[in-house]
Design a protein around this ligand. Structure first.
Ligand code: GDP
Ligand code: MG
Length: 300
């Protein structure tokens, strides 16, 4: 067994950063699977997602964090903030992800939260593919490093999988020496049921406009493996009002069909078997304010 030698390392790494800097994209690129859902919208990630990467030298346990939500009025947002804080504590290495060429007040707030922890801090400057003028990159990083304490800085493109081996090396050497916590083939601690719900929710984030995606959540009512080898998945898309239901379904059901087709394809490639996906849209006023419903819908 290669995962318990004397020099083997294993530990947790938090991927922190303000919304939309590319934390989930980075997690997916690092583990080589589209595990954490991604969209152009801020606050796509609502749950703590663990992504496992096992290499000959060690096992890196990446924790993708939801960005902190400002509106703590809604129970859902409070739950998301709890998940974000929990993900940041009890890690061995903290990675702060930012966008190339941009350092905002929100980045500074994330930095301040991380600076309270006594663990190595790495700065990851992501989206370098968008920075056409490469000569501005070094001064930008030099200025940040002069004003903040980071153990190291890395330039990456999560989208194009650039610069990742250097980052992985930098993380590995800072993890404690210990045997692997998860099996070599495992990529997450989340169930297929959870991932299925996330894949439907990803389509809602991608396809619905404005505030509507934030008024939705997805519940898997059934996930079963049929004798013919097909996974049968029944999912309910919860919305807050009748008008929202009509939009999610779309003209002649076209929108719901598109959501279902894309989500099913993503499930099939992730679960490595055929999926039969059935979708319903149901109205439940105030679900995002109801602690009991939130627990039922999988919010911690
Ligand atoms: P998160 O909110 O920090 O998890 O960010 P996401 O991973 O959801 O990404 C937000 C948006 O940035 C998505 O549209 C991604 O496709 C995009 N993105 C992430 N990484 C990169 C990158 O390296 N280059 C470019 N051009 N876009 C990226
Ligand atoms: Mg995310």
């Amino acid at each position: 067994d290669t995962t318990d030698g004397d020099d083997f390392r294993c530990g947790y790494v938090a991927l922190s950063g303000r919304p939309n800097v590319g934390k989930s994209t980075l997690l997916n690129s690092l583990i080589g699977v589209r595990l954490s859902i991604v969209s152009h919208r801020p606050q796509t990630t609502r749950h703590r997602i663990l992504g496992i990467s096992t290499k000959p030298e060690g096992q890196i346990l990446y924790v993708d964090t939801p960005g902190m939500h400002r509106g703590a009025k809604r129970a859902m947002n409070r739950s998301i903030n709890r998940a974000a804080r929990a993900a940041m504590s009890e890690v061995d290495v903290a990675v702060q992800v930012i966008e190339a060429g941009r350092w905002t007040d929100e980045d500074a707030a994330v930095y301040a939260a991380l600076a309270e922890q006594e663990v190595p801090r790495l700065l990851v400057i992501n989206k370098v593919d968008l920075q056409k003028d490469k000569t501005v990159m070094l001064p930008f990083a030099a200025d940040l490093m002069a004003k903040h304490t980071f153990d190291e800085v890395y330039y990456v493109s999560a989208l194009k999988s650039k610069g990742l081996p250097g980052l992985e090396k930098g993380i590995l050497k800072r993890l404690p020496k210990q045997a692997a916590i998860y099996g070599e083939d495992e990529i997450t601690d989340r169930s297929e049921r959870f991932i299925a719900a996330e894949m439907v929710r990803e389509q809602l984030m991608l396809r619905l406009d404005q505030e509507l995606p934030y008024a939705t959540t997805v519940e898997i009512e059934q996930f079963s493996d049929r004798p013919d080898g097909i996974a049968e998945v029944h999912a309910v898309i919860w919305v807050e009002r009748d008008g929202q239901k009509a939009i999610v379904i779309g003209d002649g059901g076209a929108q719901l069909k598109a959501i279902g087709t894309s989500a099913r394809k993503n499930m099939e490639s992730m679960f490595e078997r055929k999926v039969f996906l059935k979708l319903w849209v149901k109205v439940r006023e105030g679900w995002a304010d109801d602690e009991n419903l939130l627990r039922r819908f999988g919010y911690e």
